[in-house]
Design a protein around this ligand. Structure first.
Ligand SMILES: Cc1ncc(COP(=O)(O)O)c(C=O)c1O
Length: 378
């Protein structure tokens, strides 16, 4: 049994989430977790730190074997070693793949609201964002298939950038939905990039399906970093089955100078995938209980809040009924309630209007303290 209730002091560690946050404010914004990593990861890093040379690093056979074995046994997805390229993060990886697949001026479809770095990765490569807004059907967010197809059919669209599971709405896309996305993309000669960094953060009753199982031509990005809380160690993988596309992505990785990882990063992935399965299996139910605690609290005390169903990730997507300006709402919460949440407009200037995103990956006591403060300042 791991203790996710432990409050760990993170201030003073150069921590973006806490040290950028004014004193006394509870940070529930940037997507990392306030939990200690699995013991095997800490031990692997500690062991490596005892060797006094921290020079350029190779990832080695064990690294590839850990990835292949994990995705085979957890998700039934067979990955060939030669299809894996590593880089320093999922976001740098996305940028490299967009660079490899597009020409400036082309359009990239995404399902908005969507992870904020998607917007910048697309634009930084000279491409245009082509947002297909998700629709809430009363139970969950769904793709507006007509709109999605029309955007894929646009002759300037060459790529669809998917987030699976979806940050910020918490959707874990079903096999049927993934198949339909793939069918539409093939019909219109649109390449698929799927960011699957949240793939182990799946709530009870839901099943994650890698896009690579549905569509072998899709280019997949993943990392152990989000699920195992090692984002600061910076490593991610790009899985691409086509040799020519892979060669171009490899070139882009070199052009972007994101080909060298640090000595701790591959070891953290190996320790996560080979020795920390029990940890993630206990973590997800804990996050689910945080989500349930949030829903109970909202039902009792925050009548204008409506929590969207969270199938995956640790990010709650909450509608604030009648709120015209969520940026001002979040600013007020920092000033008065001393809680830092993200305004939904960060994830889509239009589609995120009226929503906020709350990071639930913290000890329950901290979550409840934040909610009490919000209630007292409504
Ligand atoms: C969907 C998604 N992709 C990528 C990242 C960041 O990945 P990395 O730190 O490996 O660049 C995040 C972080 O929140 C995310 O939510």
């Amino acid at each position: 049994m791991y203790n996710f209730d432990e409050l760990i002091e993170r201030r003073g560690t150069g921590c973006v989430k806490w040290d950028e946050c004014p004193e006394g404010v509870i940070p529930m914004w940037v997507a990392d977790m306030d939990f200690a990593v699995a013991p095997a990861i800490q031990e692997a890093v500690r062991r490596r730190a005892e060797h006094p040379v921290f020079a350029y690093t190779l990832v080695g056979d064990e690294y590839y074997e850990a990835i292949i074995s994990w995705f085979q046994r957890r998700h039934g997805w067979t990955i060939a070693r030669e299809h894996i390229l590593y880089t320093t993060g999922v976001v740098p990886g996305i940028s490299c793949v967009i660079k490899a697949l597009t020409m400036p001026g082309e359009k990239v479809v995404m399902l908005s609201p969507d992870y904020n770095c998607f917007f910048s990765s697309i634009r930084n490569n000279g491409c245009e964002v082509n947002e297909s807004a998700l629709v809430f059907n009363g139970e969950r967010f769904e793709v507006d298939w007509q709109d999605f197809e029309a955007r894929c059919a646009d002759e300037k669209t060459t790529v669809f950038l998917l987030c699976n599971p979806h940050n910020p709405t918490g959707r874990v896309w079903s096999k049927e939905e993934l198949q339909r996305m793939s069918d539409i993309c093939h019909k219109h000669h649109v390449r698929i990039i799927s960011d699957e960094i949240h793939c182990e953060l799946v709530m009870p009753g839901n099943t994650f399906c890698p896009m690579g199982i549905i569509d072998a031509t899709a280019i997949i990005l993943n990392s152990s970093s989000k699920s195992f809380n090692t984002a600061g160690l910076q490593i991610a993988n790009i899985i691409c089955t086509d040799a020519e596309t892979r060669r171009r992505i490899d070139r882009a990785i070199n052009i972007h100078e994101v080909c060298d990882v640090n000595p701790f990063a591959p070891l953290s992935l190996i320790a996560a995938y080979n020795e920390s399965e029990q940890w993630i299996d206990e973590l997800c139910p804990y996050i689910w209980e945080n989500h349930n605690a949030l829903c109970d609290f909202v039902a009792k005390h925050l009548p204008q809040w409506k929590v969207m169903p969270m199938e995956g990730t640790y990010l709650a997507w909450v509608k604030i009924e009648g709120c015209e300006n969520v940026e001002a709402y979040c600013d007020e919460l920092v000033k008065k309630a001393k809680v830092w949440l993200n305004p939904g407009t960060m994830y889509g200037p239009e589609s995120g209007k009226g929503y906020i995103r709350i990071n639930l990956a913290c000890p329950r006591a901290l979550l409840m303290e934040a909610l009490e403060r919000i209630k007292d300042n409504q």
